[in-house]
Design a protein around this ligand. Structure first.
Ligand code: ACO
Length: 323
């Protein structure tokens, strides 16, 4: 059976670190409030001349170098992002060029904070159908460009960053002991589009718009739908929830991570959390968490990791990978 196996990861965070305390100078908020409600203590912010493509290229380059494969052997580059460099061409094409890839295909995918699980589902389908041998899945965002810095309810939540997974088609036995993607489920329901989005956009206002959010409702959907997505994914594989070695959910805020783990009866020490240092990096948050955990030695080869996400749309889903 063909599987999409993770060969390597890469990540990049902009140099500038913005602490919660910096918000106290311009907004009626505090480090205590932000950390207490979200678990976030700091976020990285891209430099003025640093684009989503720059962050993504650095993450992609690290993944390619760490796998030790030629860049030109990559058949597919998918960039999950809500913050492309320009409206066109797709930012993925710039990344492809900056990585020295002159063949195959590259495109952007927008599923907001669920972008990574969507991109994994698409890449996995290209791989298991036999059409693609190697796919680079990147989540990269510069949310700092679409935040309303006067809205204390949203601007404190997000950060910039990028991370990449290099996937390779490999023949495996066809059992749950196989390495690679065991299930990649995605969902959407546009009736909830008004809960989270940007005020404005290319076709509506000729601008990129700024983020708005109905925080409480999003919270409620996140702690209900992410556990559902994990249960759906695990039952599709036939494995029990107890087979999960690591839960690496979309890193929106610590209270959401705690709520998801609690619903699934997964102990907090099995949850990978990077939200304190990165804040919510939208499509980049899950691959960043996977990169961190695989590099610090927690996430080991052969372990099972479940990655649920929920984002604007609403979109949601879960990728289950044996590392
Ligand atoms: N500092 C101080 N006070 C604040 C701040 C702030 N940064 N933001 C809001 N408040 C105030 C509000 O104005 C409100 O004041 P009021 O009672 O006088 O009206 C009070 O705090 C409570 O506001 P709520 O919005 O009810 O606060 P809540 O406890 O719901 O926490 C939060 C807000 C943290 C945004 C929460 O709703 C949440 O975590 N939502 C999940 C959304 C999320 O993480 N989204 C990320 C994008 S979507 C995704 O990734 C899944």
């Amino acid at each position: 059976m063909l599987r999409s196996v993770v060969l390597s990861t890469g990540a990049y965070l902009p140099a500038r670190v913005m602490t919660n305390a910096e918000f106290e100078k311009t907004l009626d908020t505090s480090d205590d409030w932000i950390e207490g409600r979200t678990g976030i203590t700091q976020r990285h912010i891209a430099a003025r001349d640093e684009l989503t493509s720059d962050l993504a290229t650095k993450a992609g380059k690290q993944a390619i170098e760490s796998a030790g494969v030629p860049a030109d052997s990559i058949d597919l580059v998918i960039l999950a992002t809500t913050t492309p460099d320009e409206t066109m061409p797709a930012t993925a094409v710039k990344i492809q060029q900056q990585l020295g890839i002159t063949r195959g295909a590259a495109f952007d995918l927008n599923a907001a904070c669920s972008g990574f699980v969507y991109a994994m589902a698409v890449a996995n389908n290209f791989i298991i159908s036999g059409q693609v041998k190697r796919a680079l899945v990147i989540g990269a965002e510069t949310y700092s460009r679409i935040l309303d810095w006067n809205d204390r309810g949203t601007c404190i939540l997000f950060g910039d960053g990028a991370a990449a997974l290099l996937l390779e088609r490999q023949e495996q036995k066809g059992t749950n002991d196989d390495r690679g993607v065991l299930f990649a489920g995605i969902h959407s329901d546009g009736q909830y589009a008004s809960l989270l989005g940007t005020q404005g956009g290319v076709s509506s206002t000729r601008t990129a718009g700024t983020v708005f959010m109905a925080g409480k409702e999003i919270f409620r959907h996140a702690v209900a739908r992410m556990p559902d997505a994990v249960e759906e994914a695990m039952s599709a594989t036939g494995l029990p929830l107890s087979a999960i070695d690591w839960l690496a959910p979309h890193q929106a805020n610590q209270r959401i991570l705690d709520g998801v783990a609690q619903k699934l009866h997964i102990s907090p020490d099995k949850v990978i959390s990077t939200v304190a240092g990165h804040a919510n990096t939208s499509a980049a948050s899950i691959p960043l968490a996977l990169h961190v955990a695989s590099h610090d030695g927690r996430l080991k080869r052969g372990q099972l990791v479940a990655c649920p996400a929920l984002g604007a749309g609403l979109t949601w889903g879960c990728t289950v990978v044996r590392w």
